[in-house]
Design a protein around this ligand. Structure first.
Ligand SMILES: Cc1cc2nc3c(=O)[nH]c(=O)nc-3n(C[C@H](O)[C@H](O)[C@H](O)COP(=O)(O)OP(=O)(O)OC[C@H]3O[C@@H](n4cnc5c(N)ncnc54)[C@H](O)[C@@H]3O)c2cc1C
Length: 286
């Protein structure tokens, strides 16, 4: 199989992957005032035209009670060029096509995804019960505009809810590979201790890079915990009275992305420095 030129844009549900703070805010603001920088850099995404690839499941690894890491090897239609933070459509079977963000960096050959199983989720159940190493899946992309920007030299704020950690890891690793001293802070919000995953990865990166720090925040801790408690955007609010120097990337449940985006606007982050992907479910598929 090769890059068939299938219209990927047609496959995207309304609002999916449009950083929710890009569409409405950019529409509401002049894109460029006198002396201001141009914050509409969507044209850059054309650098990686969408393609359709045939991939083989290399491995499936449990990350937590409901989240698995899917590692894919591209067999045909690659090489896959994308920007850190983008996502793709994975078609496990014709009736099970869903969007997932790349957790791997653009520099890696194999593709990594974090697949979270939701109650009654069809694609999630298919992955849990049927998908096996060696199976073939179709991957289409890249998609989305919530990707790592080049131009910003200030600190970077990453806010993830659950499997929203996937694109944040891609951004984080890409950023630290580009500039080992980049100032980055990541907030990961999950419900309870059993939902925490990849903490060793974050701890390892924090040990290697003094300018990277992270916080894990539990919204519904089920017992005594030394971790921070509450909603993840509230933890950011407690820590950052003035966030105006930051560029922010957000990914996860729509309510989290919405709340975090609004908070950051209130804390002085420019609208065009907030990039978010809300993990909306796709009603048409499966
Ligand atoms: C841009 C984008 C990027 C995404 N990236 C990822 C990713 O990296 N990892 C990942 O795991 N998912 C990601 N998603 C979500 C993913 O595409 C699926 O929507 C999700 O996995 C559920 O699919 P499903 O077939 O299992 O559930 P469906 O069969 O589509 O839904 C079944 C039921 O579950 C409910 N449901 C669906 N999603 C959720 C949810 N998140 N929380 C609670 N209930 C839900 C639905 O309302 C429905 O009632 C992303 C979505 C978008 C739009």
């Amino acid at each position: 199989m090769h890059n068939s030129g299938r219209a990927l844009a047609d496959a995207a549900p309304a609002g999916a992957g449009n950083g929710i703070f890009e569409q409405p805010l950019k529409a509401a603001m002049p894109l460029k005032g006198p002396g201001e920088r141009d914050c509409d850099d969507r044209a850059r995404s054309a650098a990686h035209p969408a393609r359709v690839m045939l991939c083989r499941v290399d491995s499936l690894t449990d990350l937590s009670h409901d989240t698995r890491e899917l590692r894919l090897a591209i067999e045909d239609g690659g090489r896959f060029g994308f920007f850190a933070g983008q996502y793709a459509q994975i078609e496990f079977a014709p009736e099970f096509a869903r969007y997932y963000s790349m957790a791997s960096t653009p520099a890696e050959e194999q593709l990594l995804f974090h697949l979270r199983r939701t109650p009654a989720g069809k694609a999630g159940s298919h992955v849990a019960q049927q998908l096996r190493p060696g199976d073939k899946v179709r991957v289409s992309g890249p998609l989305g505009y919530s990707y790592l920007r080049d131009g910003h030299t200030g600190p970077v704020l990453l806010i993830a809810g659950g499997s929203g950690l996937a694109p944040m890891l891609s951004i984080l690793r890409t950023l630290l590979a580009r500039d080992a001293n980049a100032r980055v802070v990541l907030y990961l919000g999950v419900r309870s201790e059993r939902d925490v995953y990849h903490e060793h990865v974050l701890a390892g990166l924090a040990q290697e890079h003094a300018n990277f720090s992270y916080a894990i925040v539990l919204s519904e801790p089920d017992g005594a915990s030394v971790r921070r408690r509450g909603l993840v955007h509230q933890a950011v609010a407690d820590d950052l009275a003035d966030a105006s120097a930051y560029t922010a990337y957000l990914a996860g449940p729509p309510a989290m992305v919405e709340a975090a985006g609004r908070l950051l606007l209130g804390r002085g982050v420019a609208g065009c420095d907030i990039h978010g992907d809300a993990f909306r479910h796709q009603p048409s598929g499966g």
